[in-house]
Each structure stands twice: as structure tokens, then as C-alpha cells.
Design a protein around this ligand. Structure first.
Ligand code: MRU
Length: 348
């Protein structure tokens, strides 16, 4: 139930006309909030990954449009909507791969057609953004409930990147499954890949699980296959940034090699995501893979570890084909194989 853990992390909140979100670039050292008063500040927080994780970016993007609406004081409604359209497009372009951002921003933009005056735009858009926040938090808890049944007492679960409270409105997706199983009384321990280059696994997943006293150990990304070969991993559960109607799963770079290793070693590979992560229209060949700054790869803690004349490639996401996925845990239930057929039956 949303709000169940009284001391749980609140990754994003709206406070007196200001959007506040945990600055994830400062974790685990400092738990501080970035305060955003303009849509440009929201765009920049998302681009710099102070605010990250597909569902959380969606929630923040929705509120970003509210901030834009609150700044519009005069002109007629159609002028206001075209200004809002520009803000919506700027927000959507900050991170092109995940689908939740576009979904949430378009939903909030659509609310601008429900008003008959510029003066009421801010309130109306705010209502929609609040609804998205509420629904996404509830979805996270439902993912947990549906997924907990897949976890057995004593399981060691490997996860990649951060698909936890910090990546969502709260509670998480992959980590919601773990949390819910633990709340059911099961002993579960987690192996978190460090997730190069930005270390969401060692910085964020390890932070939030240790805060909840759920046993967690960090591994180098390239240790996953060996640990599966040793029989140490019972299940893999990851999040997703975009799940296609075909069952292809776009997630943090490094997910695909984990899925390949899991298939080879017969370790079940689950994906956990809210329905807002589904994209039933895009073809796998047309998914845009965000390419981020080379410096994220070449520099570690501001220090360069490669020769000065060497460049880098930095794709932020990869695509795991459906045949490597055991099942998808959504807030409406678990989709099992054959994925495309069952996605169509459940959501088409
Ligand atoms: O680049 P990031 O840190 O925003 O990427 C996050 C991921 O890939 C997560 O696994 C994904 O958003 C799932 S969120 C619950």
C-alpha cells in the first residue's frame, strides 16, 4: 500500500509551487534535494541525471510542465498551449529512450484542453501530475505484490542498475519485488551490479537496500556470468525503460549480457515495470538509444584513466530480445511467454 513504509525514500515531491527531487548524483554521500522552479531546471536535472530512472523521470517531467504552465500569466489559451507544447517537447527530448517521460508529459499536456481560462491552467495540470505520482506509486506496490510470488525463501536475486524507489515515485520496480518478498517474511539477498559508467548499482541500489536492511553485495558488471556459473544467482530481476509489444526490453546498458548469461546458465530472467513503460507501437529497430557524453566513460571521479587521444562510445541502453526474458512483472500481473501474444492479450 502506498506510504506503507513510513521512513521510505521520497524521491520526488511538490512543495508550495516548487518541484523537489533527491539529487541522485550526490548519493550515497549526501541525501539532498534539488529544488526546481522552472521547466528549464527540470530539463537540466533530468539531463544531468540528478533525476533519473524511467518512471521517476516521467513523474518529474509531468511536474515540469506544471511549472511551465504556472509561468504563463497572459495571452489566450491557444497561445498558452503552443508555449506549453514547446516546453513539453523540450522535456521529452532530454532523455529519448525511456517511454514514461513522453507518456507522462503528453498526459499532462492533454489536461490543458480541459480548462477554459489561462488562469486555471496551473491547477488543472497540477491535478494531472499529482494523479500520475499517486498512480505510479500504487503501481510500484502492485508490481511488488505480483512479483513477490516468484521469489522463494532464501533466493539470491541479481539486479542491474537501479530499479528501486529512487528510479520511481517510490518503492521501485525490480526492487519492489524484492521488498515485497521480504515483507512477506522471505529471506532474500541481492547482488547489485555496479553499473558502469555512472554506478547506479553501487551508489543507489546498494544505498537504498542497505537503508532497508536488505542484504546486498556489489559486483563488477563483468562478474555476473561467473557468479551464475557458480550457482550463486537464483533469479535476475531488472527494470525497464521501454517494453515493446514484441516483448523486446530496453534497459540500462549491460542488461543484454546479463540476460544472455542467464539464458546460458538457466537462471530465470524477469523484468519488472509499470504499464506506463509499455510501448505497443514502436518497432525494435526504431528505438532511439541515448548516446551520452564520452567523458562519463573516460573519466572516473574527474580523473582520466585513458590516454588523452582516445575517445569512447557511451550508449546508455541496450535491447534484450523476448526469447531471453522469462516473464515481465507489471502492476496488472505477470506476463509470461510467449510475450508478444500475452502482451497483446493483456494490454492490446
Ligand atoms: O540511465 P538511468 O539511470 O535513468 O537508467 C535507469 C534504468 O535503466 C533502470 O533500470 C530503469 O529506468 C528502470 S526504472 C525502475
Amino acid at each position: 500500500m502506498p506510504g506503507k513504509n513510513r521512513d521510505s525514500l521520497e524521491p520526488v515531491r511538490w512543495k508550495s509551487g516548487v518541484l523537489e527531487a533527491i539529487d541522485q548524483t550526490r548519493l550515497p554521500g549526501r541525501l539532498v534535494y534539488v529544488r526546481m522552479r522552472t521547466v528549464d531546471q527540470v530539463c537540466s536535472a533530468i539531463r544531468s541525471m540528478k533525476v533519473r530512472g524511467a518512471p521517476l523521470i516521467g513523474v518529474a517531467g509531468g511536474y515540469g510542465l506544471v511549472l511551465a504552465a504556472l509561468k504563463i500569466r497572459d495571452g489566450d489559451l491557444s497561445q498558452a498551449r503552443s508555449q506549453l507544447r514547446k516546453s513539453a517537447d523540450s522535456l521529452i527530448s532530454t532523455r529519448p529512450t525511456g517511454v514514461n517521460l513522453r507518456w507522462a508529459v503528453e498526459r499532462v499536456f492533454k489536461a490543458s484542453f480541459q480548462v477554459d481560462s489561462v488562469a486555471s491552467l496551473g491547477d488543472e495540470l497540477r491535478r494531472e501530475a499529482d494523479a500520475i505520482l499517486r498512480e505510479e506509486l500504487e503501481a510500484a506496490h502492485n508490481i511488488g505484490r505480483f512479483g513477490a510470488g516468484l521469489i522463494e525463501d532464501g533466493d539470491t536475486v541479481l539486479t542491474h542498475c537501479n530499479a528501486g524507489a529512487l528510479a520511481t515515485a517510490g518503492y521501485g520496480t525490480a526492487l519492489a519485488v524484492v521488498r515485497s518478498a521480504v515483507e512477506d517474511g522471505k529471506n532474500v539477498s541481492v547482488i547489485a551490479t555496479e553499473t558502469r559508467p555512472l554506478l547506479q548499482g553501487s551508489r543507489l541500489t546498494a544505498f537504498e537496500l542497505s537503508r532497508d536492511r536488505i542484504p546486498v553485495r556489489v559486483i563488477c558488471d563483468n562478474a555476473a556470468a561467473q557468479l551464475m556459473a557458480q550457482g550463486v544467482v537464483d533469479k535476475v530481476i531488472v527494470g525497464a525503460d521501454r517494453i515493446l509489444g514484441t516483448g523486446h526490453v530496453t534497459n540500462k546498458i549491460g542488461t543484454l549480457p546479463i540476460a544472455l548469461a542467464a539464458k546460458f546458465h538457466s537462471v530465470p530472467f524477469y523484468v519488472a515495470a509499470p504499464v506506463s513503460t509499455l510501448d505497443l507501437v514502436t518497432d525494435p529497430s526504431r528505438v532511439v538509444i541515448e548516446e551520452r557524453d564520452q567523458r562519463e566513460v573516460l573519466l572516473i571521479g574527474g580523473r582520466r584513466f585513458s590516454p588523452q587521444n582516445v575517445g569512447a562510445l557511451n550508449p546508455a541502453f541496450d535491447i534484450t530480445p523476448p526469447e531471453l526474458v522469462t516473464g515481465i512483472v507489471t502492476d496488472r500481473g505477470v506476463v509470461s511467454q510467449p510475450l508478444a501474444e500475452n502482451i497483446r492479450a493483456m494490454f492490446g
